[in-house]
Design a protein around this ligand. Sequence first.
Ligand code: HEC
Length: 459
Amino acid sequence: MPWALETKRSAFGIAPVTPSSAFFVRNNLPAPNESIVANRDDWRFEVAGTKQNGSMTLGELKALPIHIVATVLQCSGNGRAYFSHHPSGSPWATGAAGCGLWTGVRVGDVIDKFGGSADNKLFLTATGAESLPEGVDPNSLVVERSVPVEKGLEDSLLVWEMNGEPLPLIHGGPLRLIVPGYFGVNNVKWVKRIALTVEESGASIQRSGYRFRDIGESGSPAHPSMYRMPVKSWINGPGADDSEPVNPGQHTLYGVAFSGEHGIKKVEISADGGKSWFEAQLVGPDLGPNAWRSFVYATELKLGTYRFVSRATDNTGETQPREATPNERGYAHNGWYDPALELKVITKQSRESKPELATSSATALAAIPPAAISLSPLAARGKDIFIGKAAPSCGVCHTLADAGSAGIIGPNFNQLKPSADQVFSAVSQGVGVMPSYSKQLTQDEMRALAAYLAEATSG
Ligand code: HEC
């Protein structure tokens, strides 16, 4: 199943590069097999939409001029947990973001090598090499994203190194697209094809997925795609996740601030919910307009409970709002109020250290043998739809012991134990690469499915 690993707040350091080992992971589909990084230089990808279409290997790519870019990668849903309407998807707080150093070549140079763009191309479209289950329309699942062609040619890179080491498989190795300053989904992993195209990809992850829209609306090409990341910041410590005792005395708060393509001008700190603000100090090297900037703020803390917030302003004057704009999928959270650092200042006591990655849905559990579950009439109807009517059938992608299914593309329901609301929302709207069923199932049928999953996984 696809991985979703969130970086713990206390695992973020003060220096502006996030170690690869602590970097969040968010995959839309299961990663390709390890074998694709066995001979990295042999990795071959296709180039299309140029005057002479063809293909090249990673080894050949390395002969083009090399560039290194620092950029934040952030999942569109980072901060989703703070929205009060409980959007479906991973409930990320602050940890679905990291800043990395990426080594590669400009997509523009690759395109030039193939004779330059063919006429009228408006998008750079990149395709990932994940394998797709049989019996499902590839367009509904394939991870293929398009970005405006100027962005694709001017500053996007095809990279093979992350933070000075070969790009790990889980982060898209051997070869990944980096679109600096754009949300994570555009930075396609395991690139097997790049193309200049007249239209945006027809894949649902582009057409309907990752679209910013009002609550209750389905995504469509009319809604803005998740491209540039707006200005954002948060405080990482000390004392996040109850990781270390915070004693009374002098302390230095630290955190990160970034704004896609714009760079950070200033960061302010408040301890009284935004009534008064104090300017923090930007520290360390400025790694460019797409990297995050570390900030520090020295303060004296007495015994008690604090709620510190930070508010960043970028070099174009864009400032974080107090609240993020509510939207169907909980994307692009950048309000300053919610991701506060809650601090209890107490006298010293020792605590155990915690692992760096919090698992939200990483461990695939084997199917639990079905207990005798008695279903309500509504849930029994839902079971028939789960097994029979829904096409593709839910079990193609999901594991559910009661239905005898063992799909590995989506979450294991015996482990996820979804609520009825969660199921209804996923089935009617679609989630990530999961298709929406609203055109083939009635509201009642979707409610029956929701009842079935809730009952079949309770207890
Ligand atoms: C083609 C594969 C596929 C099929 C078929 C499919 N799903 Fe999914 N489903 C997924 C994937 C992948 C995810 C994880 C999405 C993500 O978080 O990116 C998911 C997530 C979910 C979730 C969790 C949503 C959340 O809140 O995180 C629910 C509930 C769900 N699916 C229900 C269903 C039901 C019910 C059916 C059948 C009507 C179904 N799925 C059919 C692939 C599929």
